[in-house]
Design a protein around this ligand. Structure first.
Ligand SMILES: NC(=O)c1ccc[n+]([C@@H]2O[C@H](COP(=O)([O-])OP(=O)(O)OC[C@H]3O[C@@H](n4cnc5c(N)ncnc54)[C@H](O)[C@@H]3O)[C@@H](O)[C@H]2O)c1
Length: 244
């Protein structure tokens, strides 16, 4: 299969690239930074493109180059994203809109571009990286939660439109994952690891490889009837309504 992964230079996107390569995919990673370093680790056969997911021309060019280089596009994973932690009373309109731009529009544009090809070439599979915060709220994460809720709902809408075109559309909803994004929050005292562990029946956050493994499943023939779904990869975090 031929796969394009946004945000593929690090974190969940990078782990997904590793897993897709291991199953034999031809892989393109698209990221605003770090693509050369990532390509060094992933191998010479990887197509590595620098660009911004909010820029339609750059996204379209990446999709076109992937198709030109490898001869098609079967799978898209949208793992590019940002997080902010800030009291809602302080969130500036620009910060809110940047979140929506990167996390929502930056998921939609690659999906639209990929779907234009997939719809005319036998279909495909799109996996959005949502979040447990697409389903529930959290203090100081208003813009992030709004963006992830939008990703989940957008995914469902696209599933209704693109299912008949042969394109399966799903989302993963990870809990905290040990990536540079979360390490940055930890380093700045903005991540309550004890609280997350206490709420999580499996007692820990996730590793990037565990999200990648779920992306492998969702984009595989074994998931042929899985469509319009939000799959939690959260050790039971969402399931647990118990309070301490
Ligand atoms: N880490 C977690 O705990 C966690 C939990 C749930 C959901 N997620 C989501 O998973 C996705 C990946 O998160 P991660 O933890 O791997 O983050 P990360 O910061 O480690 O990696 C994100 C990658 O996206 C790229 N990126 C950001 N903005 C971009 C843009 N405008 N254009 C192109 N590339 C851009 C970054 O350069 C980076 O390489 C995000 O959408 C995030 O919200 C993460």
């Amino acid at each position: 299969m031929i796969s394009l992964i946004t945000g593929g230079a690090q974190g969940i996107g990078f782990a997904t690239a590793e897993h897709f390569i291991a199953r034999g995919d031809k892989v393109c990673i698209f990221d605003r930074a770090g693509v050369a370093e990532a390509k060094e680790k992933l191998g010479p056969d990887v197509l590595a493109i620098e660009g911004d997911v909010t820029n339609q021309a750059e996204v379209d060019a990446a999709v076109a180059l992937t198709i030109e280089t490898f001869g098609g596009l079967d799978t898209l994973v949208t793992a590019a994203g940002i997080v902010t932690v800030e009291p809602a009373l302080d969130v500036a309109p620009e910060a809110f809109m940047r979140m929506m731009n990167v996390n929502v529009l930056g998921s939609f544009l690659p999906a639209q571009s990929a779907a234009r090809h997939m719809s005319e070439n036998g279909g495909g599979s799109i996996v959005f990286i949502g979040s447990v915060y697409g389903s529930v709220g959290a203090p100081k994460r208003t813009a992030y939660c709004a963006s992830k809720g939008a990703v989940h709902n957008m995914m469902q809408s696209l599933a209704t439109e693109w299912g008949p075109l042969g394109i399966r559309v799903n989302a993963l909803a990870p809990t905290g994952v040990r990536t540079p994004m979360v390490q940055n929050l930890i380093d700045n005292g903005l991540y309550n690891m004890t609280g997350v562990r206490n709420r999580t029946p499996l007692g820990r956050i996730a590793e990037p490889e565990e999200i990648a493994a779920a992306a492998v499943f969702l984009s595989s023939p074994g998931a042929a009837m899985v469509h319009g779904a939000v799959l939690p990869v959260d050790g039971g975090w969402i399931a647990n309504g118990f309070t301490w």
